[in-house]
Design a protein around this ligand. Structure first.
Ligand code: FAD
Length: 116
């Protein structure tokens, strides 16, 4: 539709960004090296300064201050990110996501075969 040719609004930007962030978690190693861990931590912190929805970025920075990103493995980071996304969901009145299933949504596909 013509909307997709327009500059992104907060919703379109958000959906695309969550897709990128959860996909980074899905491809992050189970046993990351020290430099991979510090790269991910730097990325998350820089992201919180550059995300071009400023109210969103401010709240995300506050969340980072309360809940330090866990970058010790893909599953650890995926669960941390799911918690961060749920914090935004709560704020916007959207349903919370069951974080025990983040890998089905973003890495393996649903166990019922819906993505096959
Ligand atoms: P989205 O929230 O974009 O989610 C996309 C898909 O991710 C969902 O369909 C679902 O399958 C899956 N999903 C949902 N929750 C989780 C979870 N917890 N873990 C894993 N997967 C999940 N918008 C504002 O109006 N105000 C804000 O302050 C704001 N802050 C934001 C901060 C960040 C860092 C980001 C990336 C986005 C922010 N947004 C904000 C945008 C908002 O989060 C949504 O992206 C937007 O409202 C579109 O929502 P949606 O219903 O399409 O689904």
């Amino acid at each position: 539709n013509s909307q997709s040719d327009c500059p992104p609004d907060v919703e379109t930007l958000g959906r695309g960004t969550w897709t990128l962030l959860h996909s980074i978690a899905a491809s992050y190693p189970e046993s990351p090296s020290t430099s991979q861990q510090s790269d991910l931590l730097s990325f998350v912190k820089l992201f919180s300064k550059l995300y071009p929805c400023w109210v969103c970025a401010e709240d995300f920075k506050t969340y980072l201050g309360k809940e330090v990103p866990r970058v010790g493995s893909g599953d650890e980071f995926g669960k941390w990110l799911c918690g961060a996304h749920n914090d935004v969901n709560r704020k916007l009145g959207k349903p919370e996501f069951d974080c025990s299933r983040w890998q089905e949504r973003w890495r393996t596909g649903w166990k019922d075969g819906r993505c096959d």
